[in-house]
Structure formats: structure tokens, C-alpha cells
Design a protein. Structure first.
Length: 453
């Protein structure tokens, strides 16, 4: 079978790693696999079609039909990643073209324009046909939360599949055991990684403990947030370094590579407030590194049997420690702006009630505060319970986990079981899911988060 995998690009990132796993798994199953993207060329895929027009674009003189014509294949199966994310002005019509021609499609949604990406969603204002429905069109999701959401939105359950990623941990250079904790955050420092909380942890680190975050953002919007926290850490002399990979060495005689930092780290840490799949939670154990930091139960419930590390669900801050008048102003401003971005208007009564619900417990999670309020707390408050938790967590060793469920072989079997009914189905003209059905699953005041606005 000829399988064509399509994505905007193959730059480093989570989706690219999934595509690499799919190429390997499908090739092992005996299929011919071709990847179409804007590049760059990669060494793990023998057959690639480089089409610059597939990359992110907000405007184009081309149409979705033109984009289809640029792909010189008629595959037995199309696997298209993040087709509804609104990163390209061409993709809605491109998907409409394929669905209209009754192509066998597996649409894998890692992220959603409806979920905390209002700028993306606004680009879809002219689009009513976004989620096609037909027996030959199936959807795959990396977590059960998203699968359940799209089933509630109206996609038939038998066409919605949970396809957790294969977990292939990155290489870590062997390194001598460190006498003091070196806590490494192996991610790109974008806003939702919650860098203020990393600084808070560093501010409560035991003597000699060090924190580091791997890479700075490429997006200039998020670079400003990253650089603000790096400047604060330097000003307060916090034991944390930013953008260390290939810039700084973990020890004086070590190389500065990402693999070197992984190898020298005594612990890995996550403070992210949102993830699609839980690589962040699974990879540390496969690397033999204990994990500490923030839990995301709606993600980690998919592998609740695995010992994930020493995790908290929130860091409670008493309301008395906060400037509530300023916080209320920030909350209502950002909440209403977020809803307006999705063409939803909250009445004054709704705004007031949502604010009262937000503060109802008498405390707020540090991770769901604006950066200015996080900074104030780091400058002016100590959290003895966090200090005690951190000291205890840094003394815990990694626990081994069973790896079979996350192997490339297991992934290949799961993927084959999904694509078989797609290619065996009777093609038909598509219906279309009302896009407001999907928006309703994500746009809710109780899902509001400052760091996703």
C-alpha cells in the first residue's frame, strides 16, 4: 500500500517525531511511505516530496485545489497532520478537495485552533467546512481527552481513534554522577512551558542545586517572555540557566550539547500547563532519570499505571498574597478578550460570576497567574511547603517502567489497526461537522488559563 503523510514541515518538534515513528512503523509493516512537506529533508525517510507551499502561510495566491495538484501522487491512504489548526490559508480547501474526491483520509489532530489559539481560529472565520465526515475519513488523537471531545462534538465513535505516540527517548551522553542536583527541563522555552514556575522552583532549590532549560523559542512573541524570565533569574541570582543546549556546558569539561545536558542531569522537570501527549512524563523513566514538577491529569490518566515521578497538580497561593484588584482586572480583561476572539460575548453578570468561581477556593494555582503576578511572588514570598517538597523530591530515584506499550512495534500494530478500516471502507460524499460543535468542547470559562491567552 502507498501511504502519503502530509505535514506543513519537518522541522524539529513533536509532530515531526510522530511522523518519523509512522514512517518507521509503516515501512516495517511492508508499506511504501512517502512524506510531503515544505522540508527540510530528513535522513529517516527515503522518499520525500518537498513542496514549499505546504509550509505555514496566512495568505496565498494559490487555492486548495492548486495545492493538491502540486502533489504528484494518488496514494492508497493519506495521513494528514494537524489539518484543522489554521496554520495555512490553503489547508481548509485542500482538505475539502480531498474529501470531495472521496480520498481515504486519516486526519491526525495533535492541536486545535479552538483550544487556546484564538488568532488561529480567527483565520477560519470564512470557513464553515473544516471537519469532514464520511466512512472513508477517520480521525486519530494522541490522548483520550481529545478523542472524547470530538466524539461529543459529533464525529462517530468508530471513526475516532486513540493513537498514543511511540516513545523513543533521545540519546543521553553517559556522565559521572553529580554530587548536587542538576535539574534539566529538556524543552523549548515557549510560554505554555510556564517558565515562571521553573524560576519559582529554582528559588526554593536546596543549596548547590541547579536548574536549566534547554532551548529558547524561535517565535519572537515567545522570546520576549523567555528573555524576561532569564533576566529576572540573573537579577535575583537564581540557580537557573536558560537556553543552555549548545551554548553552555553542564560541567567545566563537558560538551554543551543537548545530549550532554541530558546525560549530566540528575533529574528532569516539567512545569508545562498544557501538552498534547505525555512524552514529557514518559521519557524520563526510559532515560533512567527521576521526574519532578507539574502533573497534567487529563494527559497522564492515559498511562496511570506508569510510575511517573514526584508531581503536583498545583501550587496553591493564598489570596491574601495577591493583589486581587489588579488580578481581577487582568482576569476579566483576558477572559473577555479570549471569548471575543472566538466570537463569544460574556455579559457583565457572567463576567462577575466567573471571577467569583475563579477565586472560590480561597487560593489560586501559581501556574495560572499572569507573569507579572508570578514575578511579584518570586520576589516577595517564600513557600516553605514547596521547599520541603522539592528537597524530598530531589532525593527520589527513578523507577523503571514497562516499555512494551510504547515501543515502535506496538505503535505499528495500533496504526495498522486504524488504517485498515479506512482503506477498506466504501467511499462516499462527505458531510461536515458544524465547527461550532468543536469550539463548544474547548471554549469554557473553567478552561481559561492566563498562560494560554
Amino acid at each position: 500500500m502507498l501511504v502519503l503523510i502530509v505535514h506543513y514541515h519537518l522541522r524539529c518538534g513533536g509532530v515531526t517525531r510522530v511522523i518519523e515513528s509512522q514512517v518507521r512503523a509503516l515501512s516495517d509493516q511492508g508499506h511504501k511511505v512517502v512524506v510531503a512537506s515544505s522540508g527540510p529533508k530528513v535522513d529517516w525517510c527515503e522518499e520525500q516530496i518537498i513542496i514549499p507551499e505546504l509550509d505555514y502561510c496566512l495568505e496565498s495566491n494559490l487555492s486548495g485545489d492548486d495545492l493538491r495538484d502540486l502533489i504528484p501522487l494518488q496514494p492508497d491512504l493519506w495521513i494528514i497532520h494537524n489539518p484543522t489548526l489554521a496554520k495555512s490559508a490553503l489547508f481548509p480547501d485542500f482538505i475539502k478537495n480531498l474529501a470531495g474526491h472521496q480520498a481515504p483520509l486519516l486526519l491526525q489532530c495533535h492541536d486545535f485552533a479552538e483550544d487556546g489559539r484564538p488568532a488561529n481560529y480567527q483565520r477560519l472565520s470564512e470557513t464553515t467546512r473544516l471537519y469532514p465526515l464520511a466512512e472513508n475519513i477517520h480521525y486519530a488523537f494522541v490522548n483520550t481527552r481529545d478523542r472524547s471531545s470530538l466524539i461529543r462534538a459529533g464525529i462517530p465513535e468508530h471513526r475516532c481513534h486513540h493513537l498514543p505516540n511511540a516513545v523513543i527517548p533521545p540519546a543521553a551522553h553517559p556522565a559521572p554522577e553529580s554530587p548536587a542536583p542538576l535539574v534539566f527541563c529538556p524543552v523549548r522555552g515557549i510560554r505554555r512551558k510556564n517558565l515562571g514556575e521553573l524560576c519559582l522552583l529554582a528559588a526554593h532549590a536546596p543549596a548547590g542545586g541547579r536548574f536549566a532549560i534547554a532551548v529558547a523559542p524561535e517565535n519572537t512573541e515567545w522570546s520576549a517572555v523567555h528573555d524576561r524570565w532569564a533576566a529576572l533569574a540573573q537579577e535575583l541570582d537564581l540557580p537557573i540557566e536558560f537556553n543552555v543546549a549548545n551554548r553552555l556546558s553542564p560541567t567545566p569539561d563537558a560538551d554543551p550539547s543537548f545530549s550532554s545536558w541530558l546525560g549530566h542531569a540528575t533529574h528532569l522537570v516539567t512545569t508545562s500547563i498544557a501538552e498534547g501527549f505525555g512524552l514529557t512524563f514518559l521519557e524520563p523513566a526510559l532515560l533512567g532519570k527521576p521526574l519532578i514538577g507539574r502533573d497534567l491529569p487529563e494527559i497522564t490518566r492515559d498511562f496511570s499505571d506508569a510510575p511517573l515521578g514526584s508531581l503536583y497538580e498545583n501550587i496553591p497561593i493564598d489570596l491574601i498574597a495577591l493583589d486581587l484588584d489588579l488580578l481581577k482586572k487582568d482576569y476579566l480583561s483576558q477572559l473577555t478578550a479570549t471569548f471575543q476572539s472566538y466570537n463569544r460575548i460574556l455579559s457583565d453578570n457572567e463576567q462577575e460570576q466567573n471571577w467569583l468561581n475563579f477565586i472560590a477556593t480561597g487560593s489560586l494555582d501559581f501556574g495560572n497567574l499572569p507573569e507579572s503576578h508570578q514575578e511579584h511572588l518570586i520576589r516577595n514570598h517564600r513557600l516553605p511547603e514547596l521547599e520541603q517538597w522539592l528537597e524530598k523530591s530531589l532525593s527520589i530515584s527513578a523507577q523503571a517502567i514497562a516499555t512494551d506499550s510504547w515501543s515502535i512495534d506496538h505503535y505499528g500494530i495500533a496504526l495498522q489497526n486504524i488504517i485498515d478500516p479506512v482503506v477498506d471502507s466504501t467511499p462516499g460524499a462527505p458531510d461536515w461537522l458544524p465547527k461550532q460543535n468543536v469550539l463548544a468542547q474547548f471554549i469554557s470559562p473553567d478552561r481559561f488559563h492566563f498562560l494560554r491567552t
